[in-house]
Design a binder for this molecule. Structure first.
Ligand SMILES: C[S@@+](CC[C@H](N)C(=O)[O-])C[C@H]1O[C@@H](n2cnc3c(N)ncnc32)[C@H](O)[C@@H]1O
Length: 237
């Protein structure tokens, strides 16, 4: 079980604002939502609320869901007018329906078995209005499994330096799964703290994801390529 969204939630929150372009990410979703006339949205895997703030500032009727309380605590303090819920994407249940459901930040990578993927997609289907829009990104299996080189990131924040040393290993136990071993070295003033993290992630081939969508009654509209990942745009059918 990863500690990135619990023990290291604050580190994630600070770090990803430097390594991730949330404005660009928001613009991407915003144009899809506008094109499809979607106003009431659910963001699954909302994390620390970095997109939530942008959706709310742009007048969307927004609800965010995440598994980790530590991430949601940050989201609630960052976006005071936000509507956030703790929950597992494999067990979505709502008493209302949305124009669109977005699983952001490729969070579905944390659901590693077929049953979990089907449960997630079926829950999204129920949460959507007829003809509702479903958008989610996944890691692409061919690209991920092509290169397991170690990599290192150094991020200089206001008052600390975070170094992350990453190593990937094939796992393959429940699909195109792989283990991500990460060492975090955090220097703050004169002190250095280290954390070891390991988590299993899942990548998908395009055919696999097409089949999952078909089995859960979604009509695939578009696949948007993005380096080692791709985003699926589908409609409830
Ligand atoms: C890579 S982060 C993305 C967070 C946010 N969307 C962002 O872009 O900063 C993945 C998120 O998925 C959440 N997550 C992992 N497994 C989950 C599950 N089963 N149900 C709901 N959220 C989950 C984590 O807590 C984390 O916030």
């Amino acid at each position: 079980m990863t500690i990135l969204y619990s023990t290291l939630a604050n580190v994630y929150h600070e770090m990803y604002q430097h390594i991730f372009d949330y404005d660009k990410e928001f613009d991407f979703y915003d144009s899809l939502l506008k094109k499809n006339d979607c106003h009431m949205i659910l963001e699954v895997g909302c994390g620390s609320g970095m997109l939530a703030r942008r959706f709310i500032n742009n007048e969307y009727d927004y609800m965010g869901l995440d598994l980790y309380y530590e991430m949601l605590e940050i989201a609630c303090s960052e976006v005071r007018s936000g509507c956030f819920f703790q929950g597992d994407m494999r067990k979505l249940e709502f008493d209302r329906q949305f124009d669109a459901v977005l699983i952001t930040g490729r969070s579905i990578a944390y659901v590693t078995d077929n049953r979990g993927i089907m449960d997630t997609l079926e829950g999204v289907h129920k949460a959507l209005k007829d003809n509702g829009l479903f958008v989610f990104g996944v890691f692409e299996a061919n690209a991920i499994f092509d290169n397991f080189d170690d990599f290192e990131q150094t991020i200089e924040l206001n008052n600390k330096i975070v170094r992350r040393l990453s190593r990937m290993e094939k796992n393959l136990s429940t699909g195109w799964t792989y283990d991500w071993y990460a060492k975090y070295i955090i220097e703050e003033g004169n002190s250095t703290t280290e954390f070891d993290d390991v988590t299993t992630l899942r990548a998908f081939t395009r055919d696999e994801i097409r089949l999952f969508l078909k089995l859960s009654n979604f009509a695939l509209k578009e696949i948007i390529e993005e380096g080692k990942a791709f985003t699926l745009v589908a409609k409830k059918s």
